[in-house]
Design a protein around this ligand. Structure first.
Ligand code: GLU
Length: 284
């Protein structure tokens, strides 16, 4: 049994991240499982080495023990191989639309999908597509219509309570699998790594639940095993706001600089943890 904690170094760790790491660590302890630290740093437009260093330092300071640490930026070739496989399978198509064009075209349609792209580029002729690929930047999108014809429309992922969560392939929308700027995507890298690193259980925040059907579909297409998914509630500040690096939530670095110790950090998390049972420091 193996799980992973997978922070993106786009900022310093905040208490919500620590809460998530604690959920993983408690599960590892309970199941005597392996614990992987995976730094998800493929997005070179937002990730910084200074954050990676601080994240690793903060986790050590908290007392987390990982069996291994890997950086996604050192595994780009693997993700590129998976992307090529999907392209050759014909389940991706190039999309040349700009963000502005998409916003304009989606104003009235499919508001419930994870991705609202109105499939404009799916309907290009092969000649138009070929010409555009020579002259314009593009991303690769999942052709859910094609995926549905291969896998069927109804699929189901499993959670930690062995419950199945049924979803329709069409409902995930034509999500971006290879971004225009970095060539890859979070979805692709996570799926390749969870498979190649033998992750049996994915423990992560509720905010990523909507990505799970996408990951399940990619696993099916690439012939990978399906991990069990456990989505924990999010730690909320001020009773409502989701903690996030972008909103400058209280970082662990700041708390450390202010002289707080590990026990006090845990006590603080227990205080704001209104949604689930609080973790104990002894679990780490
Ligand atoms: N890197 C993602 C994040 O920091 C987590 C990915 C995952 O757990 O699947 O939000």
């Amino acid at each position: 049994m193996k799980t992973r904690f997978a922070p993106s170094p786009t900022g310093f760790l905040h208490l919500g991240n620590i809460y998530s790491a604690l959920q993983c660590a408690m599960w590892v302890k309970e199941h005597q499982a392996s614990f992987l630290l995976r730094i998800e740093d493929i997005d070179f437009t937002r990730c910084r080495d200074i954050y990676t260093k601080q994240i690793i330092d903060d986790l050590n300071w908290m007392g987390f023990c990982f069996d291994e640490t890997v950086l996604q930026s050192q595994r780009l070739g693997l993700y590129q191989d998976a992307l090529n496989t999907l392209i050759h399978m014909g389940v991706l198509y190039p999309c040349f639309c700009t963000r502005k064009q998409i916003q304009h075209n989606t104003a009235s349609s499919h508001a419930t999908r994870l991705d609202n792209y109105p499939k404009t580029c799916l309907h290009l002729s092969s000649k138009e597509r070929e010409n555009k690929m020579k002259n314009q930047p593009f991303c690769w999108r999942l052709n859910t219509h094609k995926v549905q014809s291969i896998l069927g429309d109804e699929l189901a992922w499993k959670d930690g309570g062995y419950q199945s969560h049924v979803f329709c392939v069409q409902d995930i929308g034509d999500v971006v699998i290879g971004r225009k700027d970095i060539g890859l995507s979070y979805h692709l890298a996570v799926v390749v790594d969870d498979a190649k690193q033998g992750v049996s259980h994915v423990i992560r925040g509720e905010d990523l639940r909507s990505s799970t059907p996408v990951h399940y579909v990619l696993q099916k297409l690439l012939g990978y095993h399906h991990p069990v998914y456990i989505h924990h509630p999010l730690l909320r500040e001020n009773h409502a706001l989701k903690l996030s690096k972008r909103k400058q939530s209280l970082s662990l670095k700041t708390l450390r600089e202010q002289g707080y110790g590990v026990d006090e950090v845990i006590a603080y998390i227990q205080k704001v943890d209104l949604l689930s049972s609080a973790p104990s420091v002894r679990s780490v």
